[in-house]
Design a protein around this ligand. Sequence first.
Ligand SMILES: [Fe+2]
Length: 248
Amino acid sequence: VRPHVEAIQQADFCWHEAELPRGEGQAKQRNLSYDEEDGSASTRVVFESAWSRPGGYHHADVEWFIMEGMIKIGDQYLGKGGYYRAPAGLRVPPIEVQEGTDILLFREYGDWGFSVSDKDQSEFVSRGANTASDEPGELTIVDSNKMEWMPNVYEGDTQRFLKLKAMFIDPASPDNNNTGFVSMVCWCPPGWSDNRMVHHPVFEEAYSIAGRLDYNFGSLGAGTYFFRPALVKHGHFIAGEERGWTGF
Ligand SMILES: [Fe+2]
């Protein structure tokens, strides 16, 4: 079980040696949320030296969101606002990370394990541990700077004023809304408000990148984070007047 964490400020937490096996270099991490049973975790990782790792596959569904610095994955460079995701078992090309790079590393349905390999773990790799799809999993590499903000899909209510950049979408099955997975950057425009209390059939988590959002659990400013299990009520949001609120 992953406990309800809401809301914390990352700066209040201590540093650990980063859980990045098979890599060369120095990195430290702050644990934002940790599942002691399956090893899932959401962490902020800072690379204190240049760091590199050969190609291979993660043992969890893994996402990196770059907050500062630069990484090279395969032959692609990703700076601030860059994102990559790989489902467990899918081979990821070699990675190089510039000293000082600061990322959010979220891993789901598995632990920190990484196996160096020149091929996938098995002949078929699924899109993720919670997928409803029969399609093979793939490596997602996105630069959010190159994307336009799109309106929220929930037409007809106050949440339609939210702006999104979808990093990864694995749709839920029509028969089971507990399936699938979505990762996005979300922006609540200045002064946005929604006075309802809502809940979801699935967990929700976010790291605040900029701005401010006041709601029933307190105030989300830059560096705050929450992991909210399914069915926990949250709401009466009021976004900051100056910059609104932006989170991943
Ligand atoms: Fe929500």
